[in-house]
Design a protein around this ligand. Sequence first.
Ligand code: 5AD
Ligand code: SF4
Length: 512
Amino acid sequence: MLDRVAAGARVGGQKAGWGAARLAGRAASSKAPTHGEAVAKKLYVKTFGCQMNVYDSARMADVLAPLGYGSTTEIEDADLVVLNTCHIREKAAEKVYSELGRLRALKRVREKGGNEMLLAVAGCVAQAEGEEVAARAPFVDIVVGPQAYHRLPAMVARASRARRTAVDTSMPAESRFDHLPEELAGPQPGRGVSSFLTIQEGCDRFCTFCVVPYTRGAEESRPAAEVEAEARRLVAAGAREIVLLGQNVNAYHGAAGGETDAGELDLAGLIGRLAAIQGLERLRYTTSHPRDMTPALIRAHGEEPKLMPFLHLPVQSGSDRVLAAMNRGHTADRYLRLVEALRAAQPEIALSSDFIVGFPGETEVDFEATLALVREVEYAQAFSFKYSARPGTPAAERDDHVPNDVAAARLSRLQRVLDDQKRRFNAGMVRRTLPVLFERRGRHPGQVAGRTPFMQWLHVDGDDALIGSVALATVIDASPNGLAGALAGSAGAPVNARDGTADMASMGGIPA
Ligand code: 5AD
Ligand code: SF4
């Protein structure tokens, strides 16, 4: 599963004027405004949940552009508001309904002023609760699941005339990747110096707590040639880092594609192919399942300098009994051996994980096993959650649910340990010189911020011109949330990722 992003990321600053060559029907034939033409209608997308949703939000902006929709950051001005939703835990799903309450009022205000505001609910809540959304919020015009986004333009075109909520939660037999527009919109969240690229969708693992196999459907990989073509477009548009996305990304097995290529590529093969793209400095991938960490992928962490030494590898629990009940398909020991192999291949590798506490039947002994695993691994960062029963999943049917107060107490104990580890990890960076890919302005004027190879945010005093390049920075201060540094050497002359990585290796490893 993927990491969460701050709720409310907006699709902003998008320009119209790209084709959607493969869009079907009416929508495809709608005239696309060209650069410089006034944007006819305004789109506001609010994204909840994981990076996959951030990527999908950008993709929805792409498919709506030929209808004349350009993005706005002012929700009050929007002719179309899309909520791209998350269903992973109950809280995430409930947020959608409270957001819809606010939007209903806004829609009324716009209508009183003679303006339309179409409301669309997209994403995993739409997929899982399509009819319920239509019933609980009949003022919603469109409910569209993640596999039907290519039909959004046609739904929008019809929605103004319709009186009822249009619901499309079908999971078409054809590949969900067949309908992606080939041209990219302008700047979007998740599309910049560091860009997301979905290479795999869906999941066949069926962890017993998880809704993803139901909301995102069966696992499917995009052909490697198509991934490479999109990566090249992203790099041409200014991306220096690409984060390959998938619900179970390391299960990737895409048709190689291309003129002469037969057969399939696994993730290690795909990384090798993408690493050859000139101008691309860094590659990352998320989220991986321990069962699908192949020896070739582990080796790639030692051999491919563009592959960053950071891995999000969710373990969920340290108890074999709980792992079996979760249907994770691995034991705590197997996970620890994987960590060992990864550190043998790349001694610098920083690890991250997801944890669920209070899974049905979890005892104090099980929970202690999770704490023991955490202490053994020593994570750079991690996400941890109280178990949330999701309708339709096997674990929700169990009758041995852990009382909320017990789960809450365990969560705060676990988070204390994880927070200490994160603080230690960041503090261990002080005085090190690291290659930083600068992505944006810092919080204060005159600052720029970027990511270290280990995913930490680091800011320095520096010029905007650094944005989009890798420069060496010496860490001078660390907090749990990030690092402060100073440009190293000759006022931060940009270095390429290879040089940076070489420098990093010569600094010695982080104490494991
Ligand atoms: N309850 C709590 N946490 C969950 N996750 C997935 N499903 C649930 C659930 N039902 C967590 C897992 C996953 C992360 C994205 O969300 O830890 O890796
Ligand atoms: Fe959900 Fe498990 Fe699939 Fe991750 S691997 S998406 S937790 S079912």
